[in-house]
Design a protein around this ligand. Sequence first.
Ligand SMILES: *Cc1c(COP(=O)(O)O)cnc(C)c1O
Length: 438
Amino acid sequence: MNTVASPHFAYRQDTLYAENVPLAQIAARFGTPLYVYSRAALTAQWQAFQQTLAQHPASADALICYAVKANSSLAILNLFARLGAGFDIVSGGELQRVLAASAGIAGVAGRVVFSGVGKTEAEMELALNAGILCFNVESAAELDRLNAVAGRLGKTAPVSLRVNPDVDPQTHPYISTGLKTAKFGIPIAEAPRLYERAAALPHLAVEGIDCHIGSQILSVAPFAEALERLLALLDLLEKRNIPIRHLDLGGGLGIPYQGTDAPPEIDAYLTPLLDQLTGRKKLKIMVEPGRRLVGNAGVLLTKVEYLKPGEEKNFAIIDAAMNDLMRPALYQAWHDILPVQRSQRQSDAPAPIFDVVGPVCESGDFLGLSRPLALAAGDLLAVMSAGAYGMSMSSNYNSRPRAAEILVDGDKTHLIRRRENIAELYALESLPPAPETA
Ligand SMILES: *Cc1c(COP(=O)(O)O)cnc(C)c1O
């Protein structure tokens, strides 16, 4: 099996571990379905970004803004805040999560950038009152609204324009955001005019240029092309007396979901981009990684409920479903699926082929198709690379309580979100009065 190697989720003999804890032991204690994250894996990815930026002269002043939507667990936000992270948010709710997760850690609000095409007035107010670092503005109408809200509060809003450089990141169309046809960002040809407008508005302060071209990008070329276009814009703006202090390169660096994926290492991605800045005026450099920081730091643990052999297909019906991990249904995404205990069954060739499916009433409810697995009912499986866009996209569809979450740290396990109970799922609902009878 050509699976993704991870030092933090690895077999010892035939038993799959999270750091120093057998996954079977975690499942026995906390039940399934269950998200399990590795603190060491999260920290290692963070440090790879941090060290590359610290070593390059072009990024002497740098800020890593973790993209909260990839995984917005308070425990994970807290871990990154302690490491000195900034945050890229896309809603007022995410800002409140960041603030709740970082109470007692100084300066976090001042390291938040606010992206997204639909910021409401209430969200702008919240962010202005919190004193965030920058608004990444995505339209002319948003500039006007932000100017008005800031004026009303007697504040000045720091802004970047999120520029759409029209490069093809060659990823899944649903996670490709930097093409002309996308709803995101401001077309680069219109950017100079909007920067002039922003500079003229009394309650805005132009700070930087921002872009984010897509997600799960597996080569450096689209990033380099986008940066080249941003730098041309920057030169033009400075000629027109609009000084730029920071450059936000966005997120989007991919992770290996299977052994055949070969995304660049973090330094191989960042160094050529930073080299493009050599010889220029010093800028504060920002990046907004989401998936790369958390994706391979988590797995979804699940139990096989039933085997259902068929004439055409065999089904393994598990206790996790599309409501827990939506990526396969939404993007036809691949996740490796590994047995938590390899056994004699697993080594006897050839393994039967299974579609690994959940109990939800949708044909799209699968976590993996046509997988060779030697299984029995009751076996535990680990759905790998589930740390990003897993729990954060989960729902209660079919009235399924969402999974619990565990953070493993060496040989310790911490429950970071308990399992929901059913009464909580309808706690906000109420019944109308009984109809009057005639
Ligand atoms: C989603 C998002 C990111 C993070 O993308 P990843 O592919 O997870 O790195 C960064 N910036 C913005 C504006 C986003 O919307």
